[in-house]
Design a protein around this ligand. Structure first.
Ligand code: ATP
Ligand code: MG
Ligand code: MG
Length: 554
């Protein structure tokens, strides 16, 4: 038993162990449908299932729920495997529902022979009318009492491809008066003349989710099959299907439900994310604004941050909306530990140190990360002409302004104390240059009396002749509404933020010329940035991961 307090899923497992299930019979699975890329909601499910695997030293299968060939693709299978691996998890078996098509078919034959399944030859409209309502029993199909021989013959011919889509389906024969609509003779197989990404054209009948899922769990001997709450009414059917085939000496999988995780200011539905991609609202599944795992990776989020987020929100029994600022908090917390500090100026104005010798340069020591146990340093070049941030200077500032102003001192990070002396303006009155003098004895780390002098503010800078130019991709929320998906009357795309991306030029210290795709940095006093996958030595591209502080307007 574990020491920390157990969540309700762990309590279910502990209860089963107490009631005689042996620990070595525990087995879990994560069962994505390969019809899109994984998103932050899936990360919750991955952390839950693989986390249980780690806690209980139990195997976890990666099962592709690939029963709908019209929507599924190898590209998505590959992306899903990459994402799970990147999060740091290892699956036991890589399995596919399509591995079981023959076994499922054989079991379906058995159900027909047992009088538990029949071929229905009505249109879907006719069947929909007969379904009834939750308060009114359904009507039996005129084909419900077909003979076993007729059903076997038709089902076989469905498999052989003799019929076109929609002509016949196979239905389980359960209870047309059940209060659970899903029990009213649910569909087990439909004809789909589509090529499957794994089985090609071997099959033209495909099992429905409910028929495939529980039986796949059983075949893999999954002890606990965790899914999201919308499957709660499916549990009765899951159990009914298992009852038809189960060998009582084997593990009987148990379906249990937890709440779907929704994140504010985004959508977590593969179908909707696919629309954003297909309609060109974003550049692809891995656009850094997307709530996909691949988008977050490209944005600079780390596996640790995503896992910490999933574990912090935990699992719940009720659907709710988690504020994206909590995810960003987790990202900041991890990047603060691991991201090297560098200086970058994103909105530059020139600063001339008037008493610094023309043509001179020096390479100063700069600390890489104050969070490191053993401090490491790099060299940054200093010269007469620097860039500083435009908003780090004010001509006429009050006493609460601790950045650069005229007549007052400020420290240049890793360098000298300077004093504002004057400005040069263009004909419109915009400042084009700031002039300052430096105290040559005040170099940081020199140990001199002047270096220890306290000044109120410290600002960052980059030497103009050494500066490296880069494209900076700044991201805002992809949606202006906190729950774009929350109103059935309004299409979620109405809430797309037209200004979710702005591209600007930044000037970076030269140590960043060797930065490679995926590298993460803290641009001091600004935020965390990550080298984009399209970045090259000639054209550096940085994605803004997150600011240093939560500054979103609430
Ligand atoms: P989508 O609507 O995005 O396609 P899905 O549930 O159909 O989601 P699957 O590929 O079938 O996607 O999901 C694989 C697993 O991840 C399932 O067990 C599912 O319940 C879980 N899952 C999907 N979305 C969420 C979410 N938002 N929060 C928690 N778990 C989720
Ligand atoms: Mg699904
Ligand atoms: Mg889905």
């Amino acid at each position: 038993t574990k020491e920390k307090s157990l969540n309700f899923i762990e309590q279910i497992i502990e209860e089963d162990l107490k009631n005689g299930l042996s620990t070595n019979k525990l087995r879990f699975r994560f069962p994505p449908e390969p019809n899109g890329y994984l998103h932050i909601g899936h990360a919750s499910s991955i952390c839950l299932n693989f986390g249980l695997g780690i806690d209980y030293k139990a195997p976890v299968n990666l099962r592709f729920d690939d029963t709908n060939p019209t929507k599924e693709e190898q590209e998505f299978v590959d992306a899903i495997k990459h994402d799970v691996t990147w999060l740091g998890y290892e699956w036991d078996q890589e399995v596919y529902a399509s591995d079981y098509f023959q076994q499922l078919y054989d079991w379906a034959i058995q159900l027909i022979k047992d009088g538990k399944a029949y071929v229905d030859s009505q249109t879907s409209e006719e069947m929909a009318i007969q379904k009834g309502t939750p308060t009114q029993a359904g009507v039996d199909s005129p084909f419900r009492n077909r003979t076993v021989e007729e059903n076997l013959d038709l089902f076989e011919r469905m498999k052989q491809g003799e019929f076109s889509e929609g002509e016949h389906i196979l239905r389980a024969k359960i209870d047309m008066a059940s209060t659970n609509m899903l029990m009213r003779d649910p569909i087990m197989y439909r004809i789909l003349k589509a090529s499957h990404h794994r089985t090609g054209n071997d099959w033209c009948i495909y099992p429905m989710y409910d028929w495939a899922h529980g039986e796949s769990d059983y075949l893999e001997q999954i002890s606990h099959s965790f899914c999201t709450l919308e499957f709660l009414p499916h549990r009765e059917l899951y159990d009914w299907f298992l009852d038809q085939i189960i060998d009582p000496t084997l593990v009987r999988p148990k379906q249990r439900e937890f709440a779907r995780r929704n994140l504010s200011h985004t959508v977590v539905s593969k179908r909707k994310l696919a629309q954003l991609v297909q309609e060109g609202h974003v550049t692809g599944w891995d656009d850094p604004r997307m709530s996909t795992i691949s988008g977050m990776r490209r944005r600079g989020y780390t596996p640790t941050a995503i896992k910490n987020f999933a574990n912090t929100i935990g699992i719940a029994k009720r659907d709710n909306l988690i504020d994206v600022s909590l995810l960003e908090f987790c990202v900041r917390e991890d990047l603060n530990k691991i991201a090297p500090r560098v200086m970058a100026v994103l909105d530059p104005v020139k600063l001339i140190i008037t008493n610094y010798p023309e043509g001179q340069e020096e390479w100063l020591d700069a600390e890489n990360n104050p969070e490191e146990e053993v401090m490491t340093y790099r060299k940054v070049p200093f010269s007469k002409e620097l860039y500083i941030e435009r908003d780090d200077f004010m001509e006429a500032a009050n006493s609460k302004y601790f950045r650069l102003t005229l007549g007052k001192e400020v420290r240049l990070k890793n360098a000298y104390i300077i004093k504002g002396e004057g400005v040069v303006k263009d004909e419109n009155g915009n400042i084009t240059e700031i002039h300052a003098t430096y105290d040559a004895d005040s170099r940081s780390g020199s140990g001199s009396e002047a270096s220890k002098r306290k000044v109120k503010g410290t600002i960052h800078w980059v030497s103009v002749p050494h500066a490296v130019e880069a494209d900076i991709y700044n991201y805002d929320r992809l949606f202006t509404h906190e729950n774009p998906d929350g109103n059935k009357e309004i299409d979620f795309k109405e809430y797309i933020n037209p200004d979710s991306l702005s591209i600007t030029k930044g000037y970076l210290e030269p140590s960043l010329t060797t930065a490679e795709s995926g590298d993460k940095f803290q641009f001091q006093r600004i935020g965390y940035f990550c080298v984009d996958k399209n970045s090259t030595k000639e054209n550096l591209i940085f994605n803004k991961t997150v600011g240093l502080r939560d500054t979103w307007a609430k």
